[in-house]
Ligand binder design. Structure first.
Ligand code: PRT
Ligand code: MG
Length: 215
């Protein structure tokens, strides 16, 4: 049995078609069902439906053999205990540093004792600014980071941007790109040994599905 962790929302919407292309689909609609374990039409594959930010943890500890996770959450987690096998090229966006249009907080970091940065990604943020020798105070938030600079909670934010609409609607501008983000197919290290054959088939078929979705 292969247990594959997925999260609701954009990752689910973009991942299910990849599985469907090689004949694997969930027996219930995961976006509607309240079940957290959903069988597939194949007796040897099932899906776990969990929070996006928990996928890497389930895979790390082998509670799921594999999963689909955004590179943002994978970098933040650190990726211990798993292999990143495929770039699925879905749920693409960028991780950026942003600040109020009226400010130049980041560019003039030297003038601020400590730059206050609100983010859902404290590890990535800490590493990024440490590498540049900039002292930061990181304020961990769980969502709507765009609000923080508007009400004086932070000087700037580290967040994801796709169209840029959310940033501009809130008077923020991008200052710097930290990374290009897309979703990855990750596999637990022990599962890769113990269930090598079954996992190789899924990885190969996913790779084929990806070729089919290129245009
Ligand atoms: O909600 P929960 O805590 O369970 O998890 P989540 O919010 O991380 O899940 P979800 O489904 O929102 O995001 C899952 C993954 O999608 C992320 O981990 C990213 O890898 C990827 N992804 C791709 C994005 C975006 N694009 C994106 N635009 N995740 C979030 N956003 C948000 C962004 O944070 C910002 O608030 O959308 C807003 C910006 O969008 P634009 O188009 O206005 O720029
Ligand atoms: Mg969300």
């Amino acid at each position: 049995m292969l247990t594959i962790a997925l999260s609701k929302g954009r990752i689910l919407d973009d991942t299910l078609p990849l599985f469907e292309r090689f004949g694997v689909f969930p027996m219930e609609n995961p976006s509607k069902s309240r079940r957290l374990i959903i069988e597939s039409n194949k007796p040897d594959i099932r899906f776990l439906i969990i929070r996006a930010s928990d996928v890497a943890t389930y895979v790390q500890f082998g509670a799921a053999d594999a999963g689909v996770v955004g590179k943002d959450l994978l970098l933040e987690h650190g990726g211990d205990g798993m292999y990143e096998t495929l770039d699925l090229n879905i749920a693409r966006c960028r991780m950026v540093v942003a600040e109020p249009e009226t400010a130049s907080a980041t560019s003039q970091a030297a003038s601020v004792a400590r730059l206050r940065i609100a983010t859902k990604y404290p590890n990535i943020t800490q590493k990024h600014f440490a590498a540049k020798g900039i002292q930061t105070e990181i304020i961990k938030l769980y969502g709507s980071m765009e609000l923080a600079p508007l009400v004086g909670l932070a000087d700037s934010i580290v967040d994801l941007v796709d169209t840029g609409n959310t940033m501009s609607a809130n008077g923020l501008k991008e200052v710097e790109t930290i990374a290009d983000i897309s979703s990855r197919f990750v596999v637990n290290r022990a599962s890769m040994k113990l269930k090598r054959q079954a996992l190789s088939i899924v990885i190969d078929r996913m790779r084929e599905s990806l070729k089919g979705s290129e245009h």
